[in-house]
Design a protein around this ligand. Structure first.
Ligand code: FAD
Length: 452
């Protein structure tokens, strides 16, 4: 059996691991069109802030390690055509300009997504950057220490935009964030959280320009960007970082596998595409979404890894459906650590859901523990179905790391638990860590009261 894996980020990496786990002697060809396998954009902030010194360490796999495991790695090698009838892929080898066809028995597509390049006037100016992949990481790093870059505009205030804003603010640049949304992180957190975070962000010298799209990237007369307009104002910019969503890198697959209207590869719950023996994983597919029982587009490495492994298991005949996810994610910004999962009040209507929520604020540990010893305030919001109390989502935030609670809620959503199940659930107590009633208990008890 010959396995071909296209794409070397999370989904591709996990597909390779999954194949090797099933058959350590499998013949695997692993293709990556970039010049480096397995760069992890998730680790980019750590590199840009100097925590990880070498950009090449922001990865799981090396060609040497893969070769040791018997995997044939092809860097700078792009797959630009798939023929599902002949079971072949067409390879463009950018190392030497040659081309060839390769036969596969099973094909794994993990081609991911590329950042949206906004169709605004001036988007072809110099110093308009994106934040994804190793090449952008290297270029962004250079800008963090470039004395000519004093003002940075970040377009998009989701997770990646906030990472960019924090990196450049910490590097001493003045940062402006522009977003169509009225609230930063509007797709991830409700206003109880974003009201606090917006103030923290502004206190750290980031200007928030919310509620209007970026209008134009303004030319300095020499082909470089000098500003971004939004809402009738021009914000100074020696550098623009676009972090306004992604689009799937699937145009070369038209006619080979079924794509939806957004270009996402259609898969079933076994990660099988419409074409026999072709599987897909990662940011180019939708994922089963536990709160709704439908599928949703949630571009996360955690999903890509699970999908890659599921694809590999099914290629070996195990018939394992992808475990539904809830879009659990976490981030830390200027000392605040937050996480969320499932449905938020702010996004419920997008899913056609009516929800009810309770908010609890408390200290992490018993009140007698001094603040300075890590007893920070915690914000927690639990969202549930008002009809039956089914847990639909949660958000948490604190200066202490309390984010792991969100994994518990994610599991509760996956298991279809109700607020009644959480109200008196067994969670440990030790004053060094927690309170006798965990904040999830407290919120669920409040939710039960609300239901009755
Ligand atoms: P991608 O990462 O999109 O990679 C696809 C790969 O395939 C690329 O290397 C590309 O060059 C290659 N490729 C594409 N087409 C071809 C072709 N035709 N031939 C050959 N090769 C091809 N997620 C989290 O869960 N947690 C985080 O903390 C987190 N932080 C993030 C921070 C940043 C700054 C960014 C940008 C993303 C972050 N994500 C995070 C999201 C996560 O990185 C993505 O969900 C994940 O990388 C998706 O993996 P993927 O395998 O689908 O593909």
């Amino acid at each position: 059996m010959k396995y071909i894996v296209v794409g070397s980020s999370h989904g591709g990496y996990e597909s390779v691991r999954g194949i090797l786990k099933e058959d350590p002697k499998a013949e695997i060809q692993w293709y990556e069109m970039g010049d480096f396998i397995s760069f992890l954009s998730c680790g980019m902030q750590l590199y840009l802030e100097g925590v990880v010194k070498d950009v090449n360490n922001v990865s799981y796999a090396t060609p040497e390690g893969a070769k040791k495991a018997g995997v044939h790695v092809f860097e700078k090698s792009e797959i630009n055509h798939v023929d599902p009838d002949k079971h072949t892929v067409h390879v463009l080898d950018h190392n030497n300009g040659s081309e060839r066809d390769e036969h596969y028995d099973k094909l794994f597509l993990s081609v991911g997504a590329v950042p949206n390049h906004l169709p605004v006037k001036g988007n072809d100016l110099k110093n308009v950057y994106a934040m994804r992949g190793r090449d952008w990481a290297i270029r962004l790093k250079a800008k963090t220490v470039d004395p000519d870059v004093k003002n940075v505009v970040v377009v998009g205030s989701g997770y990646i935009g906030l990472e960019a804003a924090e990196v450049f603010a910490k590097a001493g640049k003045h940062v402006t964030m522009i977003d169509l949304n009225k609230r930063v992180l509007g797709n991830y957190l409700d206003s109880e959280f974003t009201d606090v975070l917006s103030k923290v962000i502004e206190d750290n010298h980031v200007t928030l320009a919310m509620g209007a799209p970026a209008g134009e990237y303004v030319d300095n007369g020499k082909g470089y960007v000098k500003g971004v307009t939004a809402n009738g104002k021009e914000y100074p910019a020696d550098l623009v970082v676009e972090t306004a969503g992604v689009k799937p890198a699937t145009s070369f697959l038209k006619g080979a596998v079924d794509l939806d209207g957004h270009g996402l590869i259609k898969v079933n719950k076994y990660m099988e595409t419409s074409a026999k023996d072709i599987y897909a994983a990662g940011d180019s597919i939708e994922v089963p979404f536990a709160p709704t029982g439908k599928t949703s587009y949630i571009a996360l490495a955690s999903n890509a890894r699970r999908e890659g492994r599921t694809a590999a298991l099914n290629a070996f005949g195990h018939h394992v459906p992808m475990t539904p996810v809830s879009g659990s994610s976490a981030l830390s910004i200027f000392g605040y650590k937050f996480a969320s999962t499932g449905i938020k009040e702010g996004t419920a209507s997008k899913f056609g859901l009516k929800t009810e929520s309770v908010v609890v604020t408390d200290t992490k540990r018993p009140k007698f523990v001094p603040d300075k010893d890590g007893n920070a305030k915690v914000w927690f919001k639990l969202t549930f179905d008002p009809k039956d109390g089914r847990v639909l989502g949660a958000q948490i935030m604190s200066k202490e790391d309390v984010t792991a609670n969100i994994n518990t809620i994610s599991l509760a959503i996956q298991a279809g638990l109700k607020v009644n199940d959480l109200a008196y659930a067994d969670f440990f107590f030790q004053p060094g860590f927690d309170r006798p009633w965990n904040i999830m208990n407290v919120a669920a008890q409040k939710a039960v009261d609300k239901l009755n």
